[in-house]
Design a protein around this ligand. Structure first.
Ligand code: ATP
Ligand code: MG
Length: 769
């Protein structure tokens, strides 16, 4: 047997070695589903299956990259490179590019991100003279999105009186018209939005049997991770493609289905056995990720759900510490507690920042965490905010690049036609839009034919518009010979963007310049990387496609040593040694918006299951007694989910109302709280509180191991980043940065009792511990 297969247990080996036919692996968190997929691909290749014939669909591009690199370790990089692997969106965007002409799209179609869609929808609502408070663009977008994901095209919409009635009843009778306009405008702009990437793939596979046959023949083996979160549109694509060879392997966990609100259909996993003949079902039961305490606690939670497949999850791992539950006064206290606890754990257990994750239900909760981490000098990264590529200055540059590739791209054009300012006003732009709609041409085509079209624009403005067109056309000429980096660099200068951001001079302006530089570096890397790959050309089109589908998770190389902050939804599939789940309060988690029906509540519970099962060694749950929500300070009540965990797995650190005995308020832990700012409230009485709260002493710092009377002379540069040192006044601390040389060497140190300080080593009496 191949050596790598010895890294699987027997239950994992069975689906790995099952080469042909439809199969499903249903198993709980951390049981090795993703690992089975990875090894299975390596095994298929060892059995002579050509990498070009294997399609593997993952939930994030990052997951795909990690899988590919693991497979490359086993089978070698040159073979692994040929695998089709990525998210549904990225894989099918590539296929749509090959086949675009079938659907009447140019192969260089633009991918509109959510921001582009929002802008276009807003502008359509305005052009149609509709009330923007009734037709809220975000709601309209999500409605259109759900139609597309259910394969309800504009035609299908107007043929369905129920849908029309539903929108009319919701006081939005023109929704169908907006939908129609939106679809037409995207088409005219040569643009597809995210949902189109799936919808159009379905259209392609149903309308063109020869295309379907081609891809059925290409993808003889199909594998899907996180199958429980596929939506209808994705489901149909997988079904169609696997129909001929039926070599389809899906893995998933019904207990981790958390995207129903976005159209994911848990029934896809429940019905799999009905969809194919002779389905082999495999179960994995051993969890390799987490301690016994975490696994058992998670089992005790999911047990409360009525809708679920019966599953066993156990682990041979250590018992591990109990899950710590902590009550805090406010979200500020919660942040400080989490930051202190991370600091302590790092010190005591020699850990890195990246060993920690803070998970929350809503993005708004990150602020308190950030404040506290910043004060502690702990580096962190927030995931799920704006991706780098959606920042204003970056989108400005990208819009120029998009326009070069696809001049019909209306959103890109509207963004840059007067940025930097060229004296082209909004009225002019509005007139151009009207003319373009009237002639059924793109705005750029109207601009190229200004003398022939009927449009009221004075000659001065006409000149400016012509200059703009000439500039874009000159970029297009350059694009024929230059590589993406050379072109992008030229564009940032020639368009005036660099000058515009440079003249700003404020810290924000400087940050923008740095971001543009970063973008250019990114394009350079891309060009270099692509040179090594045989199947791509490093063209601007490919770069823009990568960018359009990038999330900030994808940019994460794993090299950064930062605490990860993200919503639970984003954390799916990931794992961290230490996990803090914050905001464990009723109405927040479970969310007030998801408690109306049993199925909504059960989805929240699955979300909690996902959160807890991300932890390898230790999990913390925190809740506060009051929290600002919608601008008001409200009393908060602990989440029912805490109570649902079997007591034996919990260590409740609920403080008593005396700061001297209260570990949370102990200044050793809470370095930066001023005692008089702490307010006390009556503890909320809960059903489970008939027994007195357990009192647990604050964790003790490890004793100092080395003592010398006057400290080490660090002047000779022995000190390095990451060292733990002790200072006579500030106590223990971690070295964050060292700068300067010789007598001027300074160190930035994050002290327990004083936060971050910069010290001149010549004078500081420091001891390395
Ligand atoms: P999730 O449901 O959260 O996506 P999963 O079922 O996909 O989890 P994996 O991520 O594949 O689980 O595995 C969880 C962890 O256990 C990983 O760190 C993985 O490397 C490890 N692991 C899985 N199987 C084994 C094994 N047989 N021996 C050692 N480690 C294993
Ligand atoms: Mg997984």
């Amino acid at each position: 047997m191949e050596k790598y297969l010895s890294q699987l247990n027997d239950a994992q080996l069975a689906p790995t070695l099952q080469k042909d036919g439809p199969m499903i692996v249903i198993a709980g968190a951390g049981s090795g589903k993703t690992r089975v997929l990875t090894y299975r691909i390596a095994y298929l290749m060892s059995q002579g299956v050509d990498a070009f014939n294997i399609l593997s669909l993952t939930f994030t591009n990052k997951a795909a990259r990690e899988m590919k690199s693991r497979i490359a370790d086993i089978v070698g990089n040159s073979e692994a490179k040929n695998l089709w692997m990525g998210t549904f969106h990225s894989v099918f965007a590539k296929i749509l590019r090959f086949e675009a002409d079938r659907l009447g799209y140019p192969s260089n179609f633009t991918i509109y991100d959510t921001q582009d869609s929002d802008r276009l929808i807003s502008s359509i609502i305005k052009e149609m003279n509709l009330d923007k408070d009734v037709y809220k663009y975000k709601q309209v977008r999500s409605r259109i999105s759900s139609y597309k994901n259910s394969l309800i095209t504009v035609k299908a919409y107007f043929n369905n009186p129920e849908l029309i009635e539903a929108d009319t009843a919701a006081r939005r009778p023109r929704l169908g018209d907006i939908y129609k306009n939106y679809v037409e405008r995207c088409f005219k702009a040569g643009a597809m939005d995210f949902d189109d990437l799936l919808l159009k793939t379905n259209e392609l596979l149903t309308r063109f049997p020869d295309v379907l046959a081609k891809y059925q023949d290409r993808f003889r083996y199909i594998l899907v991770d996180e199958y429980q979160d596929t939506n209808h549109s994705q489901y149909l694509i997988v079904r169609a493609l696997s129909d001929r060879f039926q070599n389809i392997c899906v893995v998933g966990d019904d207990a981790q289905s958390i995207y129903a609100f976005r159209g994911a259909n848990i029934n896809n996993i429940l019905n799999f056995q009905r969809d194919y003949d002779d389905v082999k079902v495999f179960r994995l039961e051993q969890n390799y990720r987490s301690t016994k305490n975490i696994v058992n606690a998670a089992n005790s939670i999911i047990d409360k759900n009525q809708t679920k497949l019966d599953k066993v999850v156990w682990t041979a791992n250590d018992e591990g510490p109990k899950i710590k539950v902590n009550r805090l006064m406010t979200d500020g206290d919660e942040g400080r507690y989490v930051a202190s606890s991370i600091f302590e754990n790092k010190m005591n257990n020699q850990l890195k920042n990246k060993d920690f994750a803070i998970l929350y239900r809503t993005n708004a909760q990150s602020r308190a965490m950030e404040d506290a981490l910043r004060k502690r000098g702990i580096e962190y990264r927030i995931y799920g905010g704006l991706s780098f590529y959606q920042r204003k200055e970056i989108k400005d540059v990208l819009s120029y690049l998009r326009l070069i590739i696809n001049p019909a791209d209306e959103e890109a054009l509207k963004r840059v036609i007067n940025f930097p300012a060229r004296g082209i006003g909004q009225t002019t732009i509005d007139r151009l839009v009207v003319a373009a709609n009237g002639y059924n041409r793109s705005i750029f085509q109207v601009l190229q034919n200004l003398d022939k079209v009927d449009i009221k624009i004075n000659s001065g403005t006409k000149g400016k518009l012509q200059d703009f067109v000439t500039m874009i056309e000159s970029f297009q000429v350059m694009n024929q010979n230059a590589n993406a980096f050379e072109l992008a660099e030229h564009v940032t200068k020639a368009s005036g963007l660099i000058r515009e951001f440079n003249k700003d001079g404020t810290p924000e302006g400087i940050a923008r310049m740095e971001n543009i530089e970063e973008l250019l570096n990114g394009i350079k890397d891309f060009v270099e990387e692509q040179k090594e790959l045989a199947d791509t050309t490093g063209s601007l089109t490919e770069f823009l496609e990568d960018v359009a589908l990038a999330t900030d998770l994808d940019n994460d190389t794993g090299d950064d040593d930062r605490v990860a902050l993200m919503t639970i939804h984003l954390a799916k599939g990931l794992e961290f040694p230490y996990v803090y789940i914050v905001g464990m309060e009723e109405d927040l988690f479970p969310s007030a918006m998801s408690m109306n029906t049993r199925s909504e509540l059960e989805e929240e519970r699955r979300l909690f299951y996902v959160a807890l099962t991300r932890a390898e060694k230790q999990a913390y749950l925190t809740y506060t007694l009051s929290r600002y929500r919608w601008g008001k300070l409200i009393d908060a009540e602990p989440s029912r989910f805490i109570e649902e965990i079997d007591d034996q797995y919990l260590e409740v650190l609920t403080p008593v109302n005396d700061p001297r005995q209260n570990p949370m308020l102990n200044p050793d832990i809470f370095g930066d709280v001023e005692p008089d700012k702490i307010r006390f409230k009556k503890p909320i009485k809960r059903k489970s509180e008939n027994k007195p709260p357990k009192f647990v002493a604050p964790p003790k710092l490890k004793p100092i191991s080395k003592t010398t009377s006057d400290g080490v002379n660090l002047f000779d540069g022995k000190l390095t980043v990451g060292n733990i040192v002790e200072h006579i006044r500030f106590g223990k601390g971690e070295v964050l940065k060292i700068e300067g040389q010789g007598a001027d060497t300074k160190a930035e140190i994050n002290f327990e009792n004083g936060g971050v300080k910069k010290l001149l080593l010549r004078f500081a009496k420091l001891q390395v511990l």
